[in-house]
Design a binder for this molecule. Structure first.
Ligand code: HEM
Length: 446
């Protein structure tokens, strides 16, 4: 063998010290797990806002990036290889290379989501994932700003928003999160399952109960009866296929033997919950930026060709999600050893992309802590700084356009019909907080 034929030495990636690992688990993962990764615990969210735990998490990762540069940085966690992504290019690289070698079906995520949807695309792999992902994309009409069923969906948003505002006025004019969430949940049940599910709060309660268990991942036993009950109810909605619902639209899409339609729907019901949180925060952004609010109202008053013509409101939703991501940690797992400039990441590593570190990095972004809807004027590409509230690459959220369609319409209904003030918070436009507690927001209708 000649010298040139000797394979290059494969160095391991830099590794955090034991103390740095503990600090990272305490400051980054700790608050996220305490807040509830699958369903939020309002008291912990309130405490996180109060003590700026989210800002502290970003500062912790900044400290690591100052020391270790581009990373990725292995965390020194016994029994579970974990790597923290520190470089913007690596965010794109990891997200683009799904599902091989960076699989979305990461171990902890699998443990958590198995509580209510063990065969959902997000924790599937190989051919099963391919078929389930395709069905999601088709049913959610992923690449289209306006879902094919928009004409059925938008009147639902209008009706429920009007009912919410009427009830709020009747109750004295204070708009808090709980009634907003209940109205939003009615929208979600009607859009996903059909009008007959409008008042089926028991179904939402059941999903919440299972999600509360999922917060504990493998530490809590799976409630198999509850899970079977949820999946039966979803299957019943798919069988009913009520006109104007996603359930009916899904039934019209081509399916493979591994598609498991009923197992995809709990993810939709689950993921519409953070969409409601983000909408309420977006409302706070608008109300705290008078010029933008006026601009948004002009946008609403203009005759619209389609629901896509609410660019400022869509961008406001994206800003709400950039500033306060509802999926702050995007997880992947390596299916093979992967070589980076600074070393090799072993197969079986959980790869952590902590979105707030990239979204709120004032060392590189002058807009880090300001509401900047113009960021979303053009589609963002892999040459841009990673702003990834909906992830990116082949694992990009297939519900993103539907979310933006329905939430921007909800915002339009609320701000178009009322004068609002924000009673609970005073937001400083020059430095928005690390977290905005949606549960504590309260508006007053004029
Ligand atoms: C604010 C609202 C939402 C946000 C911020 C969001 C964000 C995300 C993110 C970051 C991922 C990637 C997760 C990962 O890789 O672990 C994801 C995946 C997914 N989202 Fe959303 N999502 C939202 C709402 C929705 C809704 C309402 C639906 C369905 C109606 C949906 C359907 C999905 C599905 C099916 C996946 C899995 C995709 C796959 O397997 O590749 N999402 N979403």
């Amino acid at each position: 063998m000649t010298a040139s034929a000797v394979p290059p030495v494969q160095n391991p990636l830099p590794s955090a010290t034991a103390l740095e690992t503990i600090q990272t688990l305490r400051d980054v993962q700790g608050p996220m797990i305490a807040k509830g990764p699958i369903i939020r615990r309002p008291a912990v969210v309130a405490a996180s806002e109060r003590f700026d735990l989210d800002g502290r998490a970003v500062r912790r990762v900044q400290t690591l990036s100052e020391k270790y540069g581009r990373g990725p940085l292995m965390l020194n966690v016994p029994g579970r290889p974990m790597a923290l992504v520190l470089d913007p290019d690596d965010v794109h690289r990891v997200l683009e290379a799904a599902p091989e070698p960076f699989a979305p079906a990461e171990t902890l995520k699998r443990e958590a989501l198995s509580h209510f949807e063990p065969k959902v695309a997000l924790i599937s792999h190989g051919e099963e994932r391919a078929q389930r992902r395709r069905l999601n994309e088709q049913a959610l009409h992923s690449d289209h700003p306006v879902h094919r069923m928009a004409e059925a969906f938008l009147p639902v948003v209008r009706e429920e928003a009007e009912a919410l505002l009427a009830q709020t006025r009747a109750d004295g004019g204070a708009l808090a999160y709980q009634p907003f969430f209940e109205a939003w949940s009615r929208v979600v049940r009607r859009v996903v399952l059909g009008d007959s599910a409008r008042d089926d709060t028991a179904l939402t309660d059941l999903t919440e109960k299972l999600r509360a268990k999922a917060n504990w991942a493998f530490l809590r036993p799976i409630d198999k009866d509850g899970r079977a009950e949820l999946l039966d109810q979803v299957q019943a909605a798919l069988d009913r296929a009520e006109p104007g619902s996603l359930a009916a639209f899904m039934g019209q899409q081509p399916q493979g033997p591994e598609s498991e339609p009923a197992q995809q729907v709990p993810q939709w019901l689950f993921a519409f919950d953070p969409a409601g949180m983000a909408t309420f925060r977006a409302l706070a952004l608008l109300v705290s930026h008078a010029e933008r609010l006026a601009e948004a109202r002009r946008e609403i008053d203009e005759p619209q060709d389609s629901a896509a013509d609410l660019p400022l409101l869509r961008a406001t939703m994206l800003e709400s999600l950039r500033l306060w991501p509802t999926t702050p940690m995007i997880l992947r797992e390596t299916t093979a050893d992967v070589t980076f400039d600074h070393g090799v990441m072993p197969a079986g590593t959980s790869v952590l992309i902590f979105a707030p570190f990239f979204h709120r990095d004032e060392r590189h972004l002058d807009f880090a802590h300001r509401y900047t809807p113009s960021l979303w004027d053009a589609p963002r590409t892999r040459d841009d700084w990673p702003l990834v509230p909906f992830s990116a690459g082949p694992g990009l959220c297939p519900g993103r356009n539907l979310v933006l369609l329905l939430t921007s319409q909800m915002l339009a209904e609320v701000i178009g019909q009322t004068d609002l003030t924000l009673e609970s918070h005073t937001l400083d436009p020059a430095r928005l907080p690390g977290l905005l507690n949606n549960f504590g927001l309260r508006f007053r209708l004029g």
